[in-house]
Structures are given as C-alpha cells and as structure tokens.
Design a protein around this ligand. Sequence first.
Ligand code: SF4
Length: 467
Amino acid sequence: KINSPLEAYKYLPQTNCGECGQPTCMAFASTLIDRSGKTTDCPPLIKEKKYAKKLAELDRLLAPEIRQVTIGVGERAANIGGDDVLYRHKLTFFNKTKMFFDVADNMDEAAIVERVKKISDYKKFYVGRNLLLDGVAIRAASNDPAKFAAAVKKVIENTELPVILCSFNPAVLKAGLEVAKGKNPLLYAANKDNWKEVGELALEYNVPVVVSAFNDLDGLKTLAKTFAEAGIKDIVLDPGTYPTGKGLKDTFTNFLKIRRAGIMGDTEIAYPIMAMPLTAWMAGIADPVSASYWETVLSSIFTIRYGDIMLLHSMEPYATMPEVHLAETIYTDPRSPVAVDSKMYKVGNPTADSPVLFTTNFALTYYTVESDLASNGIDCWLLAVNTDGIGVEAAAAGGQLTADKVKDAFEKSGFDLKSDVTHNSVVIPGLAARLQGDIEDKLNVKVMVGPMDSGRLPGWMEKNWPP
Ligand code: SF4
C-alpha cells in the first residue's frame, strides 16, 4: 500500500508536462494520496501503452483497504466504503454513511409517491451546504414479484436517488431488477438459503449485492468469499442489527471486528457494512415516538462505528436532523477546517452607506456572523478573510489573521473602501481588536472595533452606526 507522494511519484511518467492541471508529477502524486485526484487525471499514464503496467500497479497500491461500492447512477449515485483507517484522526473517513429510507410494496401508489418525494426533497441547510438523504429501500412486504415490480417502477419514476431492492426471494428480486435495469440498484440480500440464486442475479445484472448472516461472522465471511471467487466484486456486508439487549452488544462487537479485520488486511471481509436502525420498529416498542427515538440512537451508534449504509424508517424531523448532522460531522475531514470562499458577501441589500465588516472564512464563524446580521435585518458588506478556515480568536493569535491578510482579502475581492462606500470605515471583530492600529495604517481607513460576539452586533450597530 502506498502512503506517501514520493512512493506514488515512482509510478508516474515524471515528465512534469502539466496536462493533469498540476505543475509537477510530484504535486499530482500528492493529490493521489489525499484522494483529490485519480490516476485517470494523468492523460499520458492512461493513454501511453508503455505505462500500462505501472498504472495497474499504482491503482492496486492506491486502492483503499475497504472496497468502495457504488449504488445507483448519475449525480446522486451513492459511494459507500473506501476507508483506510479505523480512527478518523489518523487520516479521515471517506464516503459519509449513506441513509436510505424504506417504502413497502404493500403501500398504495399515492403513499409510495408521497414518501419517495419526501425522501428526495429532504434538505437541511448546515454551514453553507444542504444535507440530503441518499436513497430509497424498497421492501417486498408482499413477497409478490408483480406487486414488487410495480412498486419499484413507481419509485424510480419519481426519484433520481439510488434504490435498494429488499427481499430474500430471488424471484421477487429478479422482477425488481427487470424494472430497475440500468439503475445499478443494490440487491438485498443473499443469505445461507438463497445465495446461489441471488449471486447469479448479481452477476447477470451486474449490480452490487448484500450478503447477510445474522450474528454469524464466519458465515458472513464464507458468503463474501464465495461471491468474490464467483467474480462478484461489489459486496456489502450485513451482520444483522439487533435493536436491544445482548443482541445490540453483539451487533456492535461484530461491526468492530469486521472493520478491524478489513483495515488490518483481511481482504475477504474488507467490504462496506450495512446497519439497519429500522429494526427499532420491530423491537416491540408500541409508541412511534419511542421507536423513532431508539432508531436514532442506533443510527448514531453505527454512524460512529462503521456503518457505511443504513436502512431507516422514521422521517420525523427530530429523528432525521441528528442523523444527518452526525454523519456530516464524523465524515468531515479533520485535516481541513470547513471553510467558505474568501470573498466579499452581501448580507441583505447593502448600499454605499451600509457598514463593512469582516470575519474569517471558517464556515462556522462565517455563517454565525452572517445569520446574526441577516436575522436582525442588518444590510451590510461582509468580507470572509482567508485564515485557512481558522476562527477569529485563534487566527489573530496564530498569525493567520493579520492586517496584511485583511488588506490582501479586500484587494482580491475587488471591493474598494474609498469608492464603493461613503464612510471609509470597517468594523472589525472584537476578538481581533489588537489589529486595529495595523489595519488603520495598512488600509488607511477608520477602524471600529465591534463586539466580541456577533450576537451583540444588533445592539452595537444601534449605538455606533453610522460612524
Ligand atoms: Fe506528470 Fe501526468 Fe501530470 Fe503530466 S499529467 S505532470 S505526467 S502527473
């Protein structure tokens, strides 16, 4: 396995031709290691026959420990797995846990369409991006091939999201596969009873498949090995999700054992893992709020400990909100703080008389300030200074936020304090008060020191603006 740019560089053409968009092959090698680039981004490596062997070897050495599996097609295709580490502080976790919500083929058509639209339209704004749900799991509650095919048709007519076809009956799965041809659905599932037929379906339709053995890791491994030997590459593991008691403890232990073995090099079990928090609904909990609550608890546990894909049921906001937030947080790259573009933003409808403020490009800081201003109706200009995604206090102390950086950010934004506004003044964060003199000197403007906390900006503005 390759872990450093220098090792990857050995397999590249080393001509520094720049066709990949990087100035040198060594710079390109760095993108391969942090996975921002792919070997296919180097045209000579792909096109020239003399590099074919090196390319194959490089691809093999760069492959993640846990196989990456793709479900669906197009922009909303879901990649799962692909991890190289057990703990995110060692590198990062790739491919956020994907959340699929169920529909059943015994629901009436209108109810299926309504639920599918709800899943597809789900959106939760969070630090500059929309958190979305990832797919639809279609359960063959009827065990009737015709009924299941009709439900699959209804679902794929109403969403671009990837789907999972759920049944242990190969005839039912085949009916669903016929309808979902070309959509690359995930098959759920092959078990000790049906593995031969379901394996054949996975090969015939060339789709990813789940192998399932409840609380039986040896059985699970045997199934995965058999499928791999038959030429099925895209396998997902379902060790069973027991919702409560000792079963839950076993489930947790199974997830740990599978992922640890996969990362440590046991390729026979190095596949993404499926968790099923929706089993909370089958745990004899009569009250739907309690079932939703417990489903969210299970989802949280297996987002943190190695669920790559989940089947869920409750779409109550109090269930989905923590689920999508937690997945986003766990899968944020700890090496690079979440940042917004460094530029001048308009808050509301600012004019030449409106105040000019700056903050850092750390997304949490930026969106907190922006929301404090916007929700209080303060029209203004807000510059996000590039501090490498570090917050105001730490950046001012650590040298990432200086008068030169502020000057540079104003120049790059194209905003001219002399001509774009009438007051030639700028409001700086109270936590960067120490920069007041420097900024006055460098920018030749009046510097007003704002409050320590952007929540106090409305009161501060009332007292101090206009200058
Ligand atoms: Fe090197 Fe390939 Fe990039 Fe050219 S395209 S600089 S050969 S990595």
